[in-house]
Design a protein around this ligand. Structure first.
Ligand SMILES: C[S@@+](CC[C@H](N)C(=O)[O-])C[C@H]1O[C@@H](n2cnc3c(N)ncnc32)[C@H](O)[C@@H]1O
Length: 275
């Protein structure tokens, strides 16, 4: 059964996809920047009123976010990393854009999304043999097994990226995902993700339920918003050393009242290496 939360997640996924193609993005010499727009053809990001969403907000959020993750991919390729695992990839076209000899891309997402992306890739006139689309549900599946079955090599360094994913997972599933990734991360691996943060001194569960009530009438897909400190602790507990721990790289996401106090929710970009 498709819930309202599923429909909202679909809308957000498509808003991200449509917003991303509006940006001027880099690509490798072997990469193919052209099919990005074709890959998202026909997506409409239908909102709760049945209308196509306004993607301007997403373009504002993506403008700093997409280049941050693009840069990490470019740097990883330059450093000789040969595996890029894109967690919650949605319709992201980095596998095409950053095609590079000897490099494998693994795009993980929910089964219906990977199936639709596979159909769309097949219809494009571009080589995607180096990209493996991996169906997974991080709420139920063990990413360690899923990656092993997909052909990921746990003995070689990997760049793991999770752009705008963990906000949509429950805290216990975020922790399980971190554990699973850590089991697949050879020395020299990097993990980068967007972490939704609220100011210190607030109860995270209250922040999440308030966001859900105010923005989604109690049936939304957003589940994990924590303090920056809590995110840093989570990385540390899973053996990851955050590079930019002392200085937040972030974009303001939204603001709303929690317990009568105006609270700013930020999307922070965290990059860590194997400790
Ligand atoms: C907001 S979209 C971001 C997509 C892409 N990373 C981007 O920045 O355009 C979040 C993605 O995470 C995926 N996702 C959410 N919950 C998931 C789960 N439990 N298992 C696998 N993927 C999930 C969604 O299907 C969606 O494609």
């Amino acid at each position: 059964m498709t819930t309202q939360a599923d429909k909202t997640l679909t809308m957000i996924r498509e808003v991200c996809a449509l917003g991303r193609v509006e940006l001027d993005r880099p690509h490798t010499p072997d990469g193919d920047p052209v099919p990005g727009r074709a890959l998202v053809k026909g997506l409409r990001a239908i909102d709760q009123d049945g209308e196509p969403s306004d993607i301007s907000l997403s373009v504002g959020l993506l403008a700093p976010r997409a280049p941050y993750f693009d840069r990490l991919v470019i740097e990883a390729l330059a450093a000789g990393t040969r595996q890029i695992v894109n967690l919650g990839a949605g319709y992201d076209d980095r596998a095409l854009r950053f095609r590079h000899s000897g490099v494998r891309f693994f795009d993980l997402d929910l089964p219906h999304t990977t199936a639709d992306k596979a159909r769309r890739l097949e219809a494009l006139d571009t080589d995607s043999a180096h990209a493996t689309l991996v169906p997974v549900d991080f709420a139920t599946d063990d990413v360690t097994d899923v990656l092993a079955r997909a052909g990921h090599d746990a003995h070689q360094p990997t760049l793991f990226i999770a752009e705008h994913l963990v906000l949509f997972l429950k805290p216990e599933d975020v922790a399980r995902l971190m554990t699973g990734i850590s089991h697949r991360a050879a020395q020299g691996s990097t993990l980068a993700l967007t972490a939704e943060t609220h100011p210190a001194g607030l109860d995270s569960a209250l922040v999440v339920t308030t966001v859900d009530e105010v923005m989604f009438a109690g049936d939304g897909p957003l589940h994990t918003i924590m303090t920056r400190e809590a995110w840093l602790t989570l990385f540390d507990q899973h053996g990851w050393q955050v590079e930019n721990a002392d200085e937040a790289t972030a974009v303001d996401h939204f603001e709303l009242p929690v317990a009568d106090q105006a609270v700013r929710i930020q999307t922070q970009f965290l990059t860590a290496t194997t400790a």
